[in-house]
Design a protein around this ligand. Structure first.
Ligand SMILES: [Zn+2]
Length: 319
């Protein structure tokens, strides 16, 4: 049997990326857990453990938590999030179904959370535990008789909590591994890890050529294109057939500097370089012409033209 660990939020069933709450941790809950917390936890795993890490997509949106539990032969599930509210709310908590009392693991996780960020709320006399019956995954697992908890690691909107979550992520991660498995390896966590976005240096990590224009693709593109902001997000995009297939697109009206730079690179006339991906899109058509993929002006999910562009980005080329 395994203990399935799920990163909350992420790519929804309709293809749109749900970052979760942001606050002072601007990458949002999903990317924080997937890119910072889970890798840090993996660093401290003992030789033998039963943990399975899952961060492929938004399990809440897919509605398949019960079948995932079966697939991974899970005896219990822990889902990771952080909270958002006003600047003063702080502390973490463990959410379980309101009908239940916390089990040993719920309380052990609560103690770990308490040691890092303090706790908030209480349920059946247990501080740092919340009882809910209006959360989809809480109810789906309760109905299926699967042990499930949702951990809120602290408030991303509180200065002190956000600092612990980012700068002390390795300390938090090592404690969580110890709580979940009973032990850890003997690696030392690095404290006060700077959380500032790193200056744009050539990236060594390569993209997986999957044709999905996700955050990693946008991030590498921003680096290759030498942009000031490297956050993996295509900001200010209109909602349409194309952008809904771009998981790193964020809806808005401002347009994106990355898209502007790409419009120039792929020969969109100056007066049409508005930083937005429309449908149909001159930029996408020009990219399809450049790479010799079918010219339908459309970003599919996955997309042949994005695959070709990812190959170029991996070589440090703009196109
Ligand atoms: Zn959340």
């Amino acid at each position: 049997m395994t203990h399935l660990l799920i990163a909350g939020h992420g790519r929804q069933k309709n293809g749109v990326f749900d970052p979760g709450a942001t606050g002072l941790i601007t990458k949002g809950e999903h990317r924080y857990v997937k890119e910072d917390l889970f890798p840090a936890m993996k660093k401290f795993l003992p030789k033998n453990h039963d943990l399975v890490f899952f961060d492929d997509y938004n399990v809440y949106s897919y509605g398949n938590i019960v079948s995932l539990a079966k697939k991974y032969n899970a005896s219990q599930i822990t889902e990771f999030h952080f909270d958002a509210a006003g600047a003063t709310a702080k502390g973490g908590h463990v959410i379980i179904h309101s009908n239940y009392s916390p089990d040993k693991m719920d309380l052990a996780l609560r103690d770990t959370i308490k040691s890092m960020v303090g706790t908030i709320y209480s349920h059946k006399g247990h501080a740092g535990v919340s009882g809910r019956n209006n959360l989809a995954n809480v109810n789906r697992t309760a109905n299926a008789g699967i042990t499930y908890r949702l951990v809120e690691l602290g408030f991303g909107t509180n200065k002190d909590n956000a600092k612990v979550l980012t700068e002390d992520v390795e300390i938090y991660a090592k404690k969580l591994v110890k709580t979940l498995t009973g032990t850890t390896n003997d690696k030392k966590p690095s404290a006060s890890k700077p959380s500032k976005p790193k200056p744009s240096k050539p990236q060594s990590s390569k993209l997986i050529i999957d044709g999905s224009w996700g955050n990693a693709t946008s991030e590498l593109a921003q680096e290759v294109y030498g942009l000031k902001i490297v956050d993996g997000i295509v900001s200010g995009q209109p909602k349409n057939t194309n952008t809904k297939n771009i998981p790193s697109a964020k809806y808005g009206t401002s347009g994106s500097n990355l898209i502007k730079a790409m419009q120039a690179e792929f020969g969109v006339p100056a007066k049409y370089r508005d930083g937005k991906i429309t449908y149909p899109s001159m930029l996408i058509t020009n990219m399809q012409k450049h790479y010799g993929t079918p010219q339908d002006s459309k970003v599919s999910y996955p997309s042949m033209v994005i695959k070709e562009w990812q190959k170029a980005l991996n070589k440090g080329k703009r196109k």
